[in-house]
Design a protein around this ligand. Structure first.
Ligand SMILES: *[C@@H]1O[C@H](CO)[C@@H](O)[C@H](O)[C@H]1NC(C)=O
Ligand SMILES: *[C@@H]1O[C@H](CO)[C@@H](O)[C@H](O)[C@H]1NC(C)=O
Length: 350
């Protein structure tokens, strides 16, 4: 290596970086021709850019680490888990939003995101925030299917949808502090009913392989900690809110195998994001994090969406922060979460 030109060395290093560990495993996962994504800001790649809502992130400093430093509408400084998953699965490097105006036929054939930031399983959530409800996302999926048929033909379209990986990531926006404080477990059951209903709808529309994400530790989201007005030096995760996430997740994880059993030929896997996030919070140094209880944007206590804008100062080293804004993880956190999903969830589809 000593006499290689610097640019060659750089390419070499990048090649190692992007290929590490993927080479053998990805081959076995390459059976997915497309990725189809439903949910909230954890997986919205820019649908909200096209609708009339305050829940947008298509301005700086969002997208600071995204290729070309482009603010795409993703609520992060870079790519999302679904983008990284699409890479690992050798589908493509980013999952475009379905509402993107000039979506190419190739983008259609390899999958899109129908997700909308601020949305949830519950219609009431979407009415509050004026975003795209889950039933509307499924309507968009119907339009998508019609276009896919025009692009690749009836038979091939059926095949692509049947073999696609569906990712569903939502729920956090449905759960208000009030419900958590009251330990409203009935509402968890209400949401889980919706999960059953929507997975069945997607199944009836031809989807077979689905990943359903659980809730994050809601009590550790910077904005939640802020509501309890703890002094900045002694901010800590809200235990009861985390317990609420845990009990929802337990119910979800035990329900999904039953849903799968009812939908013959389906594979429906639970994706735990709670445990890996808690590990990052308890052992930040393992991940190179120095700050886990506030975001990188602004004070980190409240800023997100319109409050995290081109005039807001940001931290110097976002990769040392678990959270990018007061609600959403940064790209490095998403990268660690993706590794976890790759190891724990994807093998269930082999
Ligand atoms: C939720 O909205 C969808 C479509 O927008 C509608 O079909 C459904 O009946 C609504 N559900 C409830 C419980 O209001
Ligand atoms: C909430 O209610 C459930 C079910 O009754 C119970 O198992 C759980 O411990 C409760 N959580 C809290 C924080 O009280």
């Amino acid at each position: 290596m000593a006499n290689m030109k610097p640019s060659v060395v750089l390419v070499y290093i990048l090649t190692i970086f992007f290929n590490t560990g993927n080479a053998t495993r990805s081959r076995s996962f390459s059976k997915f021709p497309a990725i189809l994504v439903f949910g909230d800001s954890t997986v919205d790649s820019g649908n909200n850019n096209e609708i009339d809502t305050l829940f947008k992130a298509n301005f700086r400093p969002y997208g600071r680490l995204y290729p070309g430093h482009t603010p795409t509408g993703r609520f992060s400084d870079g790519r999302l888990i679904t983008d990284f998953l699409a890479s690992i699965l050798k589908i493509k490097n980013a999952v475009p939003p379905f509402l993107k105006p000039d979506l190419s036929d190739h983008e259609i054939a390899t999958g899109v995101s129908f997700a909308s930031s601020g949305s949830g399983y519950d219609n009431a959530t979407n009415d509050v925030f004026q975003v795209i409800s889950f039933p509307k996302q499924i309507d968009m999926f119907r339009d998508y299917t019609a276009r896919l048929r025009r692009v690749v033909g009836e038979q091939k379209a059926k095949k692509i949808i049947g073999a696609a990986l569906v990712v569903i990531s939502t729920g956090t926006n449905d759960i208000s502090t009030l419900r958590m404080d009251r330990n409203d477990t009935g509402y968890q059951d209400f949401l889980l009913n919706k999960v059953q209903f929507f997975t069945k709808q997607l199944y009836d529309l031809g989807c077979r392989s689905m990943i359903v994400a659980g809730l994050p530790p809601i009590g550790c989201l910077p904005i939640q900690m802020t509501t309890k007005q703890q002094p900045p030096s002694r901010r800590r995760c809200l235990h009861n809110q985390n317990l609420y996430s845990v009990s929802y997740n337990q119910k979800l994880a035990s329900m999904l195998p039953l849903v799968q059993a009812k939908l013959s030929g389906s594979k429906i896997a639970y994706a735990d994001i709670y445990e890996p996030l808690m590990d990052m919070i308890h052992h930040p140094q393992k991940y190179g994090f120095e700050e886990t209880n506030k975001g990188c944007c602004g004070t980190g206590f409240v800023e997100m969406g319109p409050l995290c804008n081109p005039t807001t100062p940001t931290c110097r080293h976002p990769s040392r922060y678990l959270f990018w804004d007061a609600v959403h993880p940064g790209q490095s956190t998403y990268q660690y979460l993706t590794k976890y999903v790759e190891k724990k969830v994807l093998p269930k589809f082999l």
